[in-house]
Design a protein around this ligand. Structure first.
Ligand SMILES: NC(=O)c1ccc[n+]([C@@H]2O[C@H](COP(=O)([O-])OP(=O)(O)OC[C@H]3O[C@@H](n4cnc5c(N)ncnc54)[C@H](O)[C@@H]3O)[C@@H](O)[C@H]2O)c1
Length: 345
């Protein structure tokens, strides 16, 4: 089967490319290399028999450089930071929405299947934050029995506090649902919460879970932006993502625009403060911590995906807990210091 992975050199795209190639798929990774560090990932892909196409998903003509009949597109390319869009909404609009319409048009004209990378930010910040919560020593948690297992797909996507990023991803998510029905296309939409793993070129503005061990390794300061560092996320490790996507590829003929909330779920949560404490124990010190009182605009204090639907549909559940994920990422940082120095020094 021929797979095109947009954003193929990014964190998810790279890991999926390597995983699917090992499973015998023919993989094309398309990327405009805008994210710092991904050119290193590109070189590794090319060494592993994965074809790289330098292309920009905002330009539909760039897809013609993929000189192979594609069966399925795994659409991971995006500007994934939730803060950049406030500086330039049009940038997020073109990268996260217009690009998806390009992918859908290709799918419509060539009968290609699509798995779309959506996000928990389709759920409005102030709606999520209005769920009653309790404050514990190192974390906030939901304190409402309706959300004992987290937030499921029935949660409203209405509102005006998604972030510009969330809004553009929601628009794309709805377009995927609509195209699937209107044009009889096999499409799955995954609303991912916090994803973590090796080869994420983490930054303070995006990819906090891998930024933490990088900050520890380089002694960079880390910031708690709002909620005293007690904001809580469910964490999904990249190997678990790859295994789910394989099952979704195998089963996609049964789905036409189905939406799934995907994450580590209620059993795999960690707060920023807990991540710091965990690494302090391992490293024997902690970097400077900066406290900012005001949370980021549209940020969610507690977000945990209810993964009941995706788990039962695909007979899948996460196997790697946040502590092991953190250990694996820390090991990656240690073992690849020379490569990381090129990006972080
Ligand atoms: N990382 C997370 O925690 C998380 C959570 C929820 C959803 N998501 C979604 O998952 C997807 C993958 O995220 P990631 O963490 O791998 O991000 P990433 O930044 O590591 O990877 C994205 C890749 O896309 C490329 N890219 C960006 N704009 C492009 C364009 N116009 N044309 C071609 N390539 C382009 C970048 O160079 C990068 O290699 C994104 O759609 C993101 O919105 C991520």
């Amino acid at each position: 089967m021929n797979v095109l992975i947009t954003g193929g050199c990014g964190f998810i795209g790279f890991n999926l490319s390597m995983f699917l190639r090992k499973k015998g798929f023919s993989v094309v990774a398309m990327d405009n290399l805008v994210r710092k560090g991904v050119e290193i990932s590109r070189d590794i892909l090319e060494d592993n028999d994965i074809r790289f196409v330098h292309g920009d998903v905002r330009n539909i003509e760039d897809f013609s450089n993929v000189d192979k009949k594609i069966d399925i597109i795994l659409n991971t390319a995006a500007e994934p930071s939730a803060i950049e869009g406030y500086k330039n909404p049009y940038f997020d609009f073109t990268n996260n929405f217009l690009s998806v319409v390009n992918v859908l048009e290709l799918a419509r004209k060539n009968r290609i299947k699509v798995i779309q990378w959506s996000t928990n930010k389709v759920y409005c910040g102030d709606k999520v934050n209005s769920i009653k919560r309790k404050e514990l020593e190192t974390r906030f948690e939901f304190d409402d029995e309706n959300y004992n297992d987290g937030i499921d797909e029935s949660f409203s996507v209405d509102g005006n506090d998604h972030s510009i990023y969330g809004l553009t991803k929601l628009s794309a998510d709805l377009f995927c649902q609509e195209y699937a029905r209107a044009f009889d296309l096999n499409i799955i939409i995954n609303r991912f919460s916090c994803l973590a793993g090796e080869w994420q070129w983490g930054l303070p503005k995006q990819g906090w879970f891998s930024w933490w061990p990088i900050a520890f390794a380089y002694n960079f300061p880390i910031s708690y932006i709002g909620w005293k560092g007690k904001q809580l996320r469910d964490i999904l490790y990249v190997k678990d993502i790859c295994e789910l996507i394989l099952k979704q590829i195998e089963g996609i003929d049964d789905f036409k625009g189905e939406v799934f909330n995907v994450g580590g779920g209620i059993k795999n949560t960690m707060s920023l403060m807990e991540a710091t404490d965990y690494l302090e124990n391992k490293f024997g010190f902690k970097p400077e911590i900066k406290f900012e009182e005001r949370p980021r605009r549209a940020d969610q204090c507690v977000f945990v995906n209810n993964i009941g639907k995706v788990s039962s549909t695909f007979n899948w559940e996460p196997k790697v807990n946040p502590e092991s994920a953190m250990d694996n990422i820390s090991g990656w940082v240690r073992e690849n210091k020379e490569l990381l120095d090129k990006v972080y020094k």
